[in-house]
Each structure stands twice: as C-alpha cells, then as structure tokens.
Design a binder for this molecule. Structure first.
Ligand SMILES: Nc1ncnc2c1ncn2[C@@H]1O[C@H](COP(=O)(O)OP(=O)(O)OP(=O)(O)O)[C@@H](O)[C@H]1O
Ligand SMILES: [Mg+2]
Length: 293
C-alpha cells in the first residue's frame, strides 16, 4: 500500500457523526490508564530505500517495554523514516519490526505518533481532534467523552475543549497533539521532535510534563530530538545515528535515576561527560570520508 494511503487511513475519520463537547469538570480527573500491554519494539536488520538511494542500512535496535529511548543524529540520517516504519506508515524494504511481539505491517492502535508540527486538524476543535483516535477505534460516546476529558486534564488543557488550533499557543498545540496520542492508551508513543517548534521556556515546561507523564503512564517511548540536552534529560537510553547511509552508530545508557527533574539532570555528576561523548560521536565523519584530507 502506498505510504500516503496508510497515513490517510490513520488520520481519516470513519465514525459517523461527532460527539458534542462535554461540560468541563471542576473535580480532578481519575488517573488515566497507561500502557495496556507489551510495548517492546524490535527492529531487526532494517533497510529502506527511496528513489534517491539507500536511507537506512541494517538498522537493528530493541526498545524494552516501558523504556524511554531517545534518538539523535544529523539531519537526513533517517530518524523520521525509522519512526514512520515503526508506526507502520511506510513499507519495510528489508528486515523486520515488531511491537509487543506483533510484526508491524501497517498502522496499529498499539502505537501513536506525535509529530513536530502538531498534526492537528485546523477545522476541528481541540475536543474533536483528541477524540479522533477513539472514533477510529469505534469507542462509544460516553467512553470517548470520559477519555478525552481525562487526557486533556493530564496535559493541562481542561477548559480549552471548544477552541480551534489557531486559537492555541505553540505549547498548547503540542499538548493537544500529545493528548490525542494518549487518547487511545497506546502501548508505544513515537515522538518526532515534538518540542522543536516551541520556544526554549515552553520546551522546558513540556519536558518536565513529559517526565512526570512517563513516570505515571509507563508507556514505551521513542523520542527523536536534535538536542543532546533534551535526550539526556528525558531518555533511559540514547541511540546515536549516523548519515549516508542512515545507521545506528552508538548507544549510550543515561545513568540518572527516575523520577528526575531538569535541574537534577543538569547537576548530575555524569551529565557533562555524557554530553561530551555524544557530541564526539555525532562529529564522527562518515566512513567514506574518514581519512580524507
Ligand atoms: N518519501 C520520501 N521519498 C524520497 N526520499 C525520502 C522520503 N522521505 C525521506 N526521504 C529521504 O530520506 C532521507 C532521510 O530522511 P528523514 O526525514 O528520515 O531524515 P531525518 O533524520 O528525520 O532528518 P531531520 O533531522 O532533518 O528531520 C533524506 O535524504 C530524505 O530526503
Ligand atoms: Mg526528521
């Protein structure tokens, strides 16, 4: 199936009619259920070609269930392509990917994607954007209303249900995108530079929020970022990718206990050393140019 067609299936609304916006509840919401099942991701000997040439070469990696894996790497090394393949949004040319032991052959409710540019439908309210995955899963009206209320409270958007994306700040749009991803309680969250489009201050707030959410929900998370600091702040492990062709060059374990805050991470005695090592790995020249003057 063409990649664009898959994306359409993931985003198109099939449910007849849409729910009305529920009244905003003043009482605190019940805790939202986190991951329901096994979120282990296995990528084995993965290759991907595009008409321009090979993009991913022999990529193998495992993400344990409940683990927070960050991926960093130069622009064009295939990070987004890898994420789309895990999400079932693109065809695997060679190799295999499984999520929770189930081979990935197309989009699955087990995994939800959060993109950099929010992916919100501008003509739908916050409520309707967040309700979409539940409609696709053919959830009932009452269940949908309850779940949307829960996830909006979780990301701090209670009271904004009736707004349209254009009426939200960048941080609020990203929270709405995250709420939509959480709505169907996926086992796996795939996040592609989700905080890259917001300013530095909002980005730190969102990072702290995600740290807290992760401790609460226990989803398996794959998080792509260009920021080494962000990767160390959020990740249990960091995979560094190299370009031309895209491949895994090295993995680093983040030796910082959870729960953690940004301040604790920055003060950690191993923080600077780890940062330096990752920088050094990213500066490695591709094998074809190594040794050239
Ligand atoms: N649909 C496509 N058709 C052809 N080439 C593509 C397609 N999607 C990606 N590519 C190419 O594959 C390579 C990897 O792209 P990808 O978007 O995965 O990189 P990335 O690591 O996410 O980069 P960035 O950090 O800039 O987001 C690039 O050379 C890109 O031009
Ligand atoms: Mg990308």
């Amino acid at each position: 199936m063409p990649d664009k067609a898959r994306e359409h299936i993931m985003t198109a609304s099939r449910a007849p009619g849409e729910p009305t916006t529920p009244p905003v509840s003043a009482s605190p919401p019940p805790p939202i259920p986190g991951a329901r099942g096994d979120g282990r991701i296995e990528v084995a000997n993965l290759y991907k070609w595009f008409p321009g040439g090979i993009v991913l070469e022999d990529v193998s990696l495992t993400v344990n269930s409940g683990e927070f894996l960050c991926i960093v790497g130069p622009s064009g090394c295939g990070k987004t392509t890898l994420l789309r393949l895990i999400a079932g949004l693109a065809e695997i040319d060679h190799g295999a990917i499984s999520v929770g032991g189930i081979p990935v052959t197309g989009p699955s409710p087990k995994a939800a994607v959060v993109f950099q540019h929010f992916g919100l439908f501008p003509w739908k309210t916050v409520y309707r954007n967040v309700a979409l995955p539940l409609q696709l899963a053919r959830a009932g009206k009452a269940e949908t209303e309850e779940r949307v209320r829960e996830v909006l409270a979780t990301v701090g958007l209670t009271g904004h249900e009736r707004k349209y994306p254009a009426q939200l700040s960048g941080g609020m749009k990203q929270r709405a995108g995250l709420a939509r991803a959480l709505a169907a309680a996926p086992d796996v969250l795939l996040m592609d530079e989700p905080f890259a489009a917001v300013d530095a201050q909002v980005r730190e707030v969102l990072q702290e929020d995600l740290l807290r959410l992760r401790d609460r929900l226990r989803q398996t998370i794959v998080f792509i970022t260009h920021s080494i600091d962000e990767a160390i702040t959020l990740g249990d492990r960091i995979v560094v990718m190299a370009a031309r062709p895209g491949r895994v060059s090295r993995e680093f374990t983040v030796p910082i206990d959870r729960p953690r805050t940004i301040a604790q991470v920055r003060r950690h005695p191993e923080y600077e050393g780890l940062r330096e090592q990752i920088w050094a790995e990213l500066r490695q020249p591709p094998p074809s140019t190594a040794g050239e003057s």
